[in-house]
Ligand binder design. Structure first.
Ligand SMILES: *Cc1c(COP(=O)(O)O)cnc(C)c1O
Length: 399
């Protein structure tokens, strides 16, 4: 029996309105916390920032946290604090948002892309080893979809070659590796509070570290490279005096945002639990579907479940990813693709990065589709996604 697909045959879609792939969840108490700050003395760099940083550090198990304007600013600050500069190479994965590599460009360094593993789609430590040379200064592993990368292997390489590890944990708030929360395991870890991420401040980001020197550098980078800390001033001209000691930026988060962040952080576990419930239903529905493969997860780590991605077994389908993607959109399922391998973007092409650099990443890119996943999704939304995927697969299945 043929199922009608609206994109093809004018049938009726599984749902009437588009279900986005990700979305914030703002409740009345979040709104009250924000309004309270609006009525207070400080709109920026007030008490809420310190409180948000302290609670966040505690939540992820790090000594220090520095709140910044967004996740990209967090990466920029971390790249600065790690000493990235001209003549320096930093190894990262191509299957990530452009910002993970762009932060290296901001500092005048060169991003080097190491291919992913076919199993968990995270950076392959063997590929990292193949890219090392005397210019390598840092590794930026990205916990893709929220699933922690092979941190033991990455740390081992970093120790042997004296490299800084900056974890891009924009997908991985609440995730854990061998029983420890992501956030306190490397020199620096960055997070994002964009509305599609686990918790939101509108725009916002955080860097966590256990190293007091990195902490000071990050704090200073966030505010123009300026310090007022008496112990760290080169001169002292009086009580008004402050010093700009290096080129920094205005990457501060506001107190208004920090209030929202605090209120959201208190719900992080609840949000993550809901993400897990939805994912459990997806896994149950898709595990035995021959047209689909899922990310392989080792038992020693827990995902933060930012994204749920299906990989199409294209030899079992009559059409390619594009057609499946369009069919899901026609069902009003807000399918997405994460990510275009960074070096395939025209800007990176112009910098001299050739196509074919990371074949496994490129193959994955051509076969994957992100399905909706966010804590506010209703059971009915989850049903719709499962139904739509089943409908589209049945329609395009190779007999
Ligand atoms: C969202 C994201 C960022 C950037 O965060 P912004 O807050 O949007 O600047 C960086 N890396 C990854 C992997 C992301 O998903």
């Amino acid at each position: 029996m043929m199922v009608n697909l609206p994109a093809i045959e004018g049938g009726s879609p599984v749902r009437r309105e588009m279900l986005p792939y990700g979305q914030q969840w703002i409740e009345e108490d979040d709104i009250r916390s924000v309004v309270e700050v609006l009525k207070s003395d400080y709109l920026t760099t007030g008490p809420r920032i310190n409180e948000f940083e302290a609670r966040f550090a505690e939540y992820v198990g790090a000594r220090y946290a520095v709140a910044v304007a967004n996740g990209t600013a967090a990466l920029h600050a971390a790249a600065f604090a790690a000493g990235i500069g001209p003549g320096v190479e930093v190894i990262t994965t191509p299957i990530t948002f452009a910002a993970s590599a762009n932060c290296v460009l901001y500092m005048g360094g060169k991003p080097i892309f190491a291919d992913i593993k076919d199993s968990d789609w995270n950076i392959d430590p063997h590929e990292i080893e193949g890219k090392l040379n005397s210019r390598t200064k840092a590794i930026i592993p990205v916990h893709f979809t929220g699933l922690p990368a092979d941190l033991d292997e990455v740390h081992q390489i970093a120790r042997e070659h004296n490299l800084v590890v900056i974890e891009d944990a924009a997908h991985a708030l609440g995730a854990s590796y061998k029983g420890q929360r992501i956030g306190g395991l490397s020199q620096m870890t960055i997070f994002s509070f964009h509305p599609v991420k686990h918790i939101t401040t509108g725009e916002g980001g955080m860097i966590t570290t256990n190293d007091v020197n990195l902490y000071h550098r990050l704090m200073q980078f966030r505010s123009h490279g300026i310090t007022r800390d008496g112990e760290r001033l080169v001169r002292d001209e009086g009580p008004w005096y402050y010093e700009m000691q290096f080129e920094g930026y205005n990457y501060r988060l506001t107190d208004v945002q920090a209030a929202l962040g605090l209120s959201q952080l208190a719900k992080a576990d609840r949000f993550l639990e809901r993400r897990r419930e939805i994912v459990a239903r997806y896994i149950e529905a898709f595990t035995d579907m021959p047209e689909i493969s899922l990310q392989v997860r080792e038992d020693d780590r827990e995902s933060g479940w930012h994204l749920f991605i299906i990989r199409l077994n294209t030899e079992r389908l009559k059409v390619d990813r594009r057609r499946v993607f369009e069919a899901l959109r026609a069902e009003n399922i807000g399918a997405n693709v994460h990510y275009i391998p960074v070096y395939l973007h025209p800007y990176y092409g112009d910098l001299g990065y050739p196509g074919g650099l990371c074949p496994r990443a490129e193959e994955l890119y051509s076969e994957m589709i992100t399905l909706p996943l966010f804590p506010k999704m209703a059971e009915r939304d989850v049903d719709d996604v499962i139904e739509a995927v089943g409908k589209v697969m049945a329609y395009y299945r190779r007999q």
